[in-house]
Structures are given as C-alpha cells and as structure tokens.
Design a protein around this ligand. Structure first.
Ligand code: EPU
Length: 480
C-alpha cells in the first residue's frame, strides 16, 4: 500500500524533476511537488565517485529547537537557514496547533545553491507567537517527530501547564525521557504520565535548581535550558551536552534577553528573567550532513568540497578520514576531502560531542566495510543503532555485531541489492554504500532520508552521480 504524507504550508522536496524543483520566489504551499510516498526508492549504480562541491544549510537538530525556543517570547521571531526537510514541516505544524502563525519563505540571505540556479535547500521561518500559546502536542505529530518533545520546557515556562504525547522509542533505540522529567521536577514541576501523554504543571512557576544529568543528553539539556530562562532564580546544569546545536540555541536565547553562561561546556548556568523578546537568528550549519559527504568522499575515493560549516565541529570525524588515508583541507567555513586509494581500516567509538557523532555511525560502518583490514566500531549512544547493519550485510558487508560493538572486515567492493532505509542516517549511509557496490542498489523507504537531508538526490547529482528516484510498485495484498 502507498501512503501519502502531506504537511500543510510546506511542501517537501521529493523526486525533483528538471525545472520543477523549488525555486527562489516560490512561496509557502508551493503547488506541484509530489507527495511523499512511504515506498519511494532511490536507485544508484556502483563504481561511482563523488566529486565536486556541496553547500550545507542549517542543522535539522538545531532548527527544530530554535523553532521551539521561539515559543518563549510573544511576538514575531524569524529563523533563517532552516533546512527544507520533512521534520521542519512537522515542527511548523506542531507550532501552528499551539496557536502560532508559521510561514516559510524564501531564505534571506538566499543560500548559494539558489544563486547558482540550483534548488534552494533552506528557508526562513517566521513564527508569530501569541501571548497565550496552546498547551498540548498531539500524538499524531509527536509520533512523526520525536523532537516535538522540545516544546515541553518552553511551554511549561510560559504557561505553567503542558501535555505532550509521549514519543516512544524508534528505529535507533528505546530513547527515554527520565532526564527531562527529573530535571524539570527539580525546578518545581509536577510531572505525570497518563493515556500516553506526559503532563507537566508548575502552577507556582518554575524555580532555579542544581541539576546533574546522568548523561549529557542533548534533548534534556535543551528542554532544561529553555525552561530555566524564564524560571525564578539560578539554574545550574552539570554534565550538560556540549553540541554546537546547544551553543546555537543558547546564542538565540541570549539574543532574546536570556542570561546564560557556559554553553558549549559541561556546566551551563542560567539566571531566569521575567520576559524574553522575539529575535531573528540564523541556524548553524549541519555537521551531520557535512560529515555524510566527508565519509562519502572517502568511501567512493572521491574529492568533495563542503561549504557552509565550521569544520572544527567535525574535528574527530575528519581525523578518522585522515587516519583512513584521506587528504583533508580545512578553511574558515569549508573543508575538502580527497581519497586516492583504498581506505585503511580505523576503529570508531561514538560519544557525545566533541566525540564521534552517533549520527555518522552508518557512514563509519560503510567506510569500514570497504577498508583494507578490520575495524572495531563501538556505539555508545543508542541501543538500536546497529539494526541497519543487516541492510549493509545485504550489500555484502562483513559485519559481526555483539552488543554495542561491531567488527567490520573490509572488502574491495560491495554488491548492489535492494535494501531498506530504517532511519535518516541509515538511509543516507546505504545510498552512499550503493555507490561502492557492483551493479544497482535500490534503497527503499527513503522518506526517512527526506526527514534530514534537504534534496539528497540533487546533491548527489551535483557531485556527479547518476541517480534515480521513483515510487516502488505497490506490493500485492495477501489473503488467506
Ligand atoms: N536518554 C535517556 N533519558 C533521557 C534522555 C536521553 O535515557 O531523559 C538516552 C536516549 O535514550 C539515548 C541517549 O540518552 O540513548 C542520548 O539521547 P539524547 O537525549 O542525547 O538524544 P536526543 O536529544 O534524543 C538528539 C538528536 C539525535 C542525535 C542525538 C545524539 C535531535 C532531534 N535528535 O537526540 O539525532 O543522534 O541527539 O547526538 O536533536 C538524527 O538526527 O538522526 C538523530 C537521531
């Protein structure tokens, strides 16, 4: 069966045809873009090499939270360099249902891909937040966007009561909320779970607290910072996440009038203020998209220049590419990766930032699968991240997993096959692995890729790859 997903007011980049992609000047609700199909497939041929330049726009994992942070101030906030991806469209809908007016426009400044006549990858989003935003985020949206949970902190701070559907786990693991809940509880919230909702109330308002996270959770750090900026008194978050996306959200909050110190370190101190003002803010570049192309260049023995991101955000990932034999050149807001020979095997351990990002694990496994030698890959963030390894094995990769470790023995080439994207990063990793496989690789369920990569197909084409996107034939219904 083919399911269609349509989000009001922002159409989604799918199957771009020459001349029919998004273009500068096209407003929200652009007509003519095809709806997303659950079974869309991307087909690539093997023996391909990525070569050329790609520009990365704002990070999904920052823009989603920046949009939630806008809830903290009544009035009009504008966030620029927002990627044109499904998850952002869903977050727009979450905010609309909370009573905000949300509009996506041509980005300002227009990103270079527009300037050279390509398909725009980014948008500006204007969010008009009412004095009294709504207090409920429903399951139908939260199940499609786990990050909707990041409205919990801002709404609790603004309204003193919030009901957000529990997002549950997903294809990369169980994904708890205990650190969000215990932190907010320390700040004076009363939190319960009922009928699949997390219900939080703080009728007397939130107060400052000393909170030590058991683990530097990105989502918990963000929720707690967003709650603390309007709380009464001082909040200190120890063992906080240090990701560039955390720094980005704190930078936006500071420009809204928040008093925050220590962002980007393990201790964040927030002095609550009574009110914040709306702001205009540009989203930080997407280090995971950039890292995907870095590993793609290494895997395909290609030569790729990536612009739009401070390469220091990818230091450890780029070090791994160098250890594998790649040549890496960095500039202020760009880097280049070239690989001339078969990569050498390197071990990789995922860790919270500045460690190697878990979201690049599929790319690290792809590189290991093609390397000379055996690599030990250790995943420390998500319990289900190796699920996608079964799909890589369908491409001929030699992978043995044991708990949170995988031993990957490299092969000269992989072997093209039909495979299935199980999550955003696995999908991107499989498509790139397909470029290094004999014959044709068809990756299905690529709507996952659309959730995180603005127009992956167009970027592949810009890097010299022949790629086709199509809707897979419906599977016949079986009867008994
Ligand atoms: N965790 C708990 N309890 C909590 C919070 C987290 O047990 O209260 C566990 C999670 O189950 C997980 C680990 O801690 O095993 C890390 O979770 P974290 O909160 O750091 O991650 P997140 O906020 O849920 C974000 C990104 C992920 C990225 C991780 C780690 C967004 C929307 N998502 O998730 O991105 O992998 O940080 O860097 O920001 C992706 O973009 O494809 C993606 C999965």
């Amino acid at each position: 069966m083919t399911h269609s997903l349509r989000i009001p007011d922002l159409t989604i980049p799918t199957r771009p045809q020459p001349g029919t992609g998004w273009s500068a000047g096209v407003g929200p609700g652009d007509a003519g873009d095809p709806a997303i199909s659950d079974v869309d497939v991307i087909r690539v041929n093997g023996a391909a090499r990525l070569a050329g330049t790609v520009h990365v726009v704002g990070a999904k994992n920052s823009a989603l939270k920046l949009m939630a942070a806008a809830l903290l101030a009544p009035g009009r906030s504008v966030i620029t360099n927002v990627p044109r991806i499904t998850d952002i469209a869903i977050m727009g809908e979450v905010l609309r249902r909370l009573g905000c007016d949300v509009r996506f426009d041509v980005d300002d400044p227009v990103d270079p891909m527009v300037a050279v006549g390509g398909v725009p990858r980014s948008r500006s989003v204007t969010i008009d937040v009412p004095e009294q935003p709504g207090v409920e985020a429903d399951y139908d949206l939260v199940r499609r966007l786990r990050a909707s949970i990041c409205v919990l902190g801002p709404l609790l701070a603004r309204r003193g009561y919030v009901r957000v559907a529990h997002p549950g786990g997903d294809a990369i693991g169980s994904r708890g909320l205990d650190m969000h809940i215990s932190g907010l509880t320390r700040m004076g919230a009363d939190i319960s779970g009922e009928h699949g909702f997390v219900i939080a109330s703080a009728p007397q308002g939130l107060h400052g607290a000393e909170i030590t996270l058991e683990f530097p959770s990105v989502g918990a750090t963000e929720n707690l910072v967003m709650a603390a900026v309007l709380a009464d008194g001082i909040t200190v978050i120890d063992n906080a996440a240090r990701e560039p996306e955390i720094v980005d959200i704190c930078t936006m909050l500071i420009r809204m009038g928040a008093l925050i110190e220590g962002e980007g370190t393990s201790t964040i101190t927030v002095v609550g203020v009574p009110r914040l003002q709306p702001v205009r803010h540009a989203t930080v570049g997407d280090r995971i998209v950039a890292g995907t192309w870095a590993f793609g260049a290494a895997m395909t023995r290609g030569d790729v220049t990536v612009t739009g991101l401070d390469p220091s955000y990818l230091e450890i990932a780029l070090d791994k590419v160098v250890a594998a034999g790649g040549l890496v050149e960095t500039r202020a807001n760009a880097f280049r990766v070239r690989m001339d020979e078969r990569p050498r095997a390197v071990d990789v351990v995922t860790l919270p930032y500045p460690g190697f990002a878990t979201d690049l694990l599929p790319m690290a496994i792809g590189l290991a699968a093609l390397s000379d030698g055996a690599s030990l890959i250790t995943e420390n963030i998500f319990d289900g991240r190796f699920m996608f390894a079964n799909e890589m094995m369908r491409l001929g990769a030699d992978i043995k997993t044991d708990g949170h470790h995988a031993v990957v023995r490299g092969r000269e080439r992989l072997s093209g096959a039909p495979v299935r994207a199980t999550d955003i990063r696995a999908g991107a990793g499989l498509i790139i692995a397909g470029l290094c496989a004999d014959g044709v690789t068809e990756v299905s369920h690529v709507h996952h890729v659309d959730r995180g990569y603005p127009d992956f197909v167009a970027d592949l084409r810009a890097l010299g790859i022949e790629v086709e996107r199509a809707t897979a034939p419906e599977e016949p219904e079986l009867t008994i």
